[in-house]
Design a protein around this ligand. Structure first.
Ligand SMILES: NS(=O)(=O)c1c(F)c(F)c(S(=O)(=O)CCO)c(N[C@H]2CCc3ccccc32)c1F
Ligand SMILES: [Zn+2]
Length: 244
């Protein structure tokens, strides 16, 4: 299968060198329409904490941007560091942010299931949003307040009526490139859409992420921090920007 990773040619994450990105005037604005009633639960899966959505209909979708058709929201999750000096997966001009949000979508027009889409070059679209230290983020706080209930691996709680578009900056500018999942199966099936503007969160909110555990209840505790993949070579890829 050409999408397997040994000798991968489009792995993620990467450093985004702002000056090497190429403005593409044909890139459309990204249209985001999420239905908060599709929100299901928060789950600590031992790698990150995910908020999962009912993706059995086209109620929560994105369309436009670099995408050929619409993609359904499946889940969102975060990556963060033990300290504020690092934590994001992508970097901009080699700068790390303390955390990065990923909203994972799949191409339900061309493929019957998420698992099938994961194996296809145009199967997934992930929106990346950088988190930087600053003012408290009220929308994120509802999520932070629920984290103590999913402190251990394999714990899940119901979480409903959450609209993740409150976590996406209103500035329309983004970079986009062809990449991969950053966790197993690492398949080269992701169109990455990385928002140029970060969102601001405060220290207490970042610290709340760091109270989560990689380990199950009863195991020796290991704090869930530094759950990001190392940077991968750009190889023969161009990062396009939606802005000049
Ligand atoms: N950075 S990322 O966007 O590449 C990315 C993750 F970083 C990540 F942690 C996860 S996961 O679901 O927590 C762990 C599964 O590999 C996923 N989940 C995806 C990957 C594979 C898979 C299979 C079923 C449901 C969700 C996912 C993911 F797409
Ligand atoms: Zn991710």
């Amino acid at each position: 299968c050409p999408l397997t990773i040994p000798g991968g040619t489009r792995q993620s994450p990467i450093n985004i060198q702002w000056r090497d990105s190429v403005y593409d005037p044909f890139l459309k604005p990204l249209k985001i329409s999420y239905d908060p009633t599709t929100c299901l639960h928060i789950w600590n899966n031992g790698y990150s904490f995910l908020v999962e959505f009912d993706d059995s209909t086209d109620k929560s979708i994105i369309v436009g941007g670099p995408l050929e058709n619409q993609y359904r929201l499946k889940q969102f999750h975060f990556h963060w560091g033990a300290i504020n000096d690092w934590g994001s997966e992508h970097t901009v001009d080699s700068k790390f942010y303390p955390a990065e949000l990923h909203l994972v979508h799949w191409n339900a027009v061309d493929y019957p299931s998420f698992e099938d889409a994961v194996m296809e070059g145009n199967g997934l679209a992930v929106i990346g949003v950088f988190l930087k230290l600053g003012a408290r983020h009220e929308g994120l706080q509802t999520l932070v307040d629920a984290l103590p209930a999913v402190r251990h691996k394999d714990t899940v709680i119901e979480f409903d009526e959450f609209d993740p578009s409150c976590l996406i900056p209103s500035c329309p500018d983004y970079w986009t490139y062809a990449g991969s999942l950053t966790t197993p199966p690492l398949t080269e099936s992701v169109t990455w859409i990385i928002k140029k503007k970060p969102i601001e969160v405060d220290e207490d909110q970042l610290e709340a992420f760091r109270t989560l555990l990689f380990t199950s209840d009863g195991e020796e505790e290991r704090r869930m921090v530094d759950n990001f993949r190392p940077l991968q070579p750009l190889m023969n890829r161009t990062v396009r920007s939606s802005f000049q």
